[in-house]
Design a protein around this ligand. Structure first.
Ligand code: THU
Length: 531
């Protein structure tokens, strides 16, 4: 089976202030907290997966289907780039530089020398005000308007008739080359405008991101031969490094539509998705009703995604920082991010508490693909959250092959009384198969079911860790019929297997998987004996 991982970043959907939030003036920020009680918020799928079971969130349900955690940001930042890089295993201990007093002379001089143009402004400014206040002078002199903001950005505004767009982009590339090391700003941004005073900005804005200084999970996956697909801003956030395919989007809805299409496509590796509307359209604009409604819309599309997940897919839903729309600040907030892991082989109801870094996502994804973490950060939570069936060797038999093995085992069924022949094939975690048939007895009581025969054969040969069992049965000479393990066999299985052990029932042509925990909840275990 081809393994696939999907990471969906709900941009800015933090789940509460980090312990150091006061250093960022973000005390009390809680983005999810701000929207969850609004009437526009209805997210049954996120709830089912365990969003509200996350530590510090509150309102969880009994048996969430996903494994959940909240994760702290180790990097000194609360911007999109820093957040995503950390998710991908790259921690930034130094904050990206900001320039509240404008860029230093060494930067500006070099920029003017290499572009052959003078510069104007050079301070933090609003994008619309800056062209109103400096636009005329720019048109008259040809000097470039250079400005910044509270973020780590170097922005260049120019009239499209004075500086043609390709030339402006070339200046941005020059700036990008200059702004490295100590002055490695997050983004250089081209801000072209047009018309007459007070001027209007055009759609030719373009961002020139910083190239990640080291390899991330994307590079490591790519080097190991996996696909690294991106949806939304991901390609730009990583400046394309390690990303094999870019699918840019115009809104959340389109992002999820593309993701749903990706899900239908054949690939092997990671699909990394960013949904930016939460942040751009609602978080920064302090729009609580809009944010809540956008979550509801996402949840609906998530429902379709969950339906279509394949056996070897995992899904991680997370965020890159907060942006509480209910606080006076319109800026990002320093918050924990949610981490929700879902998938067929994900153990239900695992709560991983609080993780030290967003990078645990990267470590987990790399382990899922069996790729070495090398120098990337993070601690994997894969082993704690996935059932043994997820770690089967490549050549382990398929469900169909197990059903066929179970069917073959029926030929030795000893059934002179019921004439009902049952076969079982038990798969160990190492990929070995032990088969069994039912063996009846004239005293009826001592009859042994096929499942127990298989389990006892395996245990008597020293195997005690199992991932799946296939069971088929039917009357002598008749067709196979759906045959479900009896209560005693379920209890015996529960002795050796956890709740995520898989029972395959039906026929070889139509196998269906069930979890032991679902067919035998509340089994009697050694815990009941105080052991
Ligand atoms: N049987 C099994 O082997 N496995 C089951 O899960 C259900 C029942 C056998 C026991 C007996 O030999 C025959 O089916 C009829 O009950």
């Amino acid at each position: 089976m081809k393994k696939r991982a999907f990471i969906i970043v709900l941009d800015s959907m933090g789940v509460g202030e980090l312990p150091d939030a006061h250093l960022w003036h973000d005390e009390g920020s809680n983005t999810l907290g701000a929207i969850r009680n609004h009437e526009n918020f209805y997210c049954p799928n996120l709830k089912k997966l365990g969003l509200f079971n996350i530590e510090g969130v509150g309102g969880g349900i009994d048996r969430p289907q996903g494994a959940v955690a909240r994760a702290a940001e180790l990097s000194m930042g609360k911007d999109t780039t820093t957040g995503h890089w950390e998710i991908a295993g790259l921690v930034s201990p130094q904050p990206m530089p900001t320039y509240p007093d404008g860029f230093p002379a060494e930067v500006i001089d070099e920029f003017e020398k290499r572009t052959g143009r003078k510069t104007l402004c050079n301070k933090p400014y609003s994008g619309t005000d800056v062209i109103r206040d400096y636009g005329r002078e720019h048109v008259e002199t040809g000097a470039l308007i250079v400005y910044t903001s509270a973020d780590s950005v170097f922005q260049i505004a120019a009239h499209e008739d004075v500086v043609p767009v390709p030339e402006l982009y070339r200046y941005c590339e020059i700036a990008r080359e200059i702004l490295q090391g100590e002055h490695a700003v997050g983004r250089v941004i081209a801000r072209p405008f047009t018309g007459e005073h007070p001027f209007t900005r055009t759609a030719n804005r373009h961002d020139f991101s910083l190239i990640p200084p080291r390899d991330t999970m994307l590079d490591l996956l790519q080097k190991a031969g996996y696909d690294t697909l991106s949806v939304g801003k991901i390609f730009d956030i990583f400046a394309g490094k390690g990303v094999s395919e870019a699918n840019r989007t115009s809104c959340n809805d389109e992002g999820m539509e593309i993701t749903l299409k990706m899900q239908q496509r054949e690939f092997e590796g990671l699909c990394f998705i960013n949904l930016v509307d939460f942040d751009m359209k609602y978080g920064h604009r302090n729009d609580v009703p809009g944010y809540a409604a956008a979550m509801t819309a996402f949840d609906r599309q998530l429902g379709v995604f969950l339906e279509n997940m394949r056996d070897d897919d995992i899904l991680i839903i997370t965020a890159d920082h907060g942006c509480d729309p209910a606080t006076p600040s319109t800026d990002h907030s320093r918050e924990y991010i949610p981490v929700i892991l879902a998938g067929k082989h994900v153990k239900q109801g695992i709560n991983l508490g609080t993780r030290k870094s967003y990078a645990d996502i990267s470590a987990t994804v790399l382990e899922y693909f069996g790729v070495d973490q090398e120098n990337t950060a993070g601690e994997s939570f894969l082993r704690e959250t996935m059932s043994d069936a997820a770690f089967l060797p490549e050549n382990a038999p398929t469900d169909r092959e197990l059903m066929e093995a179970a069917d073959r085992a029926r030929r030795y069924s000893h059934t002179p009384y019921s004439h009902f022949r049952v076969g079982a094939a038990l798969l160990t975690v190492d990929g070995e198969v032990f088969t069994g048939c039912n063996i009846e007895n004239a005293a009826y009581g001592p009859t042994n079911c096929a499942e127990r025969t298989a389990v006892f054969k395996a245990v008597s040969e020293g195997r005690t860790r199992f991932s799946k069992i296939a069971v088929v049965g039917g009357p002598e000479g008749g067709d196979l019929q759906f045959c479900s393990p009896c209560g005693i066999c379920r209890q015996v299985l529960a002795e050796f297997c956890d709740k995520d052990f898989i029972i395959i029932l039906g026929t070889p042509d139509d196998p269906h998987e069930y979890r032991l925990g679902d067919v035998l909840p509340f089994s009697f275990t050694k815990a009941d004996l105080g052991q």
